[in-house]
Design a binder for this molecule. Sequence first.
Ligand SMILES: *[C@@H]1O[C@H](CO)[C@@H](O)[C@H](O)[C@H]1NC(C)=O
Ligand SMILES: *[C@@H]1O[C@H](CO)[C@@H](O)[C@H](O)[C@H]1NC(C)=O
Ligand SMILES: *[C@@H]1O[C@H](CO)[C@@H](O)[C@H](O)[C@H]1NC(C)=O
Length: 324
Amino acid sequence: MKLFSQWAALSGSFLQLFSGQEQQQQQQNTEPAVDLPFLEHWGHYAAATYQRFENWQGCTACQLADIQQTRLNATWSTMFPAAFSRGYVGVNREHKEIVVAFRGSTHIMDALSDIQLFQSPWPLDISGSLVHSGFLQAYLAARPHVFRSLDTLLLASDDPELKDYTLCFTGHSLGGAQATLAYLDYMMHADQQMLSRNMPKLITFGAPRVGNKYFAKAINGARNFSNVDSLALRVVHEMDLVPRLPRSAYPGQYAHSDREIWARDTTDEESMDLVQCQTFSDSSAHDDGYLEDRNCSAGTNPLLWNVVPDHMVYPGMRLGIPKY
Ligand SMILES: *[C@@H]1O[C@H](CO)[C@@H](O)[C@H](O)[C@H]1NC(C)=O
Ligand SMILES: *[C@@H]1O[C@H](CO)[C@@H](O)[C@H](O)[C@H]1NC(C)=O
Ligand SMILES: *[C@@H]1O[C@H](CO)[C@@H](O)[C@H](O)[C@H]1NC(C)=O
């Protein structure tokens, strides 16, 4: 628990960013190619959360060649309906990566309708930032498991190689919302040296909006603050309704962070076209709320938005029909 307390201290570089001080940009690492195989790989990890991943060898989704070698370092399953969280921290030595994966809920529409208006201030260090209270409760239930595991892997481990593994937060649907919270939490609390070694990534699939525009701005800023090649992506499949929720009661109440990758169906069932959506890095220009790229999913006809089938199919993922 001694190490765990290190996460309580904000890293200096993060505070600098939010106090408006200039950060030197020294991009040392180049972004990985965001292509379909790249997204499918992380989609496989996210899909595994829907199965009994605790027994990795016995879980069919876990046996895909690219993730088969993963060893679980932590799992959690919190069953309180208001704080449902299930997921794992896995280490894949073959690919030199550490993955933190969160499962979605089968009651997605409940979670997005009834309690959508309740928001809680989080993270407290970012003034004005508010997030969906239900998503936050779920994430906070998982948080001790996640950080204790990352502590043992990245700080306490006598295996220094782990410190250079890529770290990725991922999840589908509400799991993507929790991954988003975990990513910001990590970016705020890990020290600069750790960040520049793991190059943290956030890759979500069909995730709803998580917080308000100040939260979205913090996610976008986290990418910048540490001379780190951090990559935050939201994959939206075709006409998936879930990323369009919760709807804002007033502008900016719920906003998406950058950067959307719009995965469009092709006539080939096994393939998708990826549209790299525009990023609006100057958020001050969008005081009425974060503007999403109208040439991407935000510009589609609401009458065509659906949960089945478009929420259920993502790169690397074909999920069953959810229960409502
Ligand atoms: C997680 O990994 C660390 C570092 O390799 C190790 O010390 C610890 O025992 C692992 N925990 C589990 C539950 O495998
Ligand atoms: C990130 O850094 C780039 C380059 O310095 C800058 O143009 C952009 O506005 C920054 N974005 C945020 C959200 O701070
Ligand atoms: C949408 O695409 C068109 C044509 O490429 C471009 O002119 C326009 O600026 C784009 N709009 C947005 C909001 O990105």
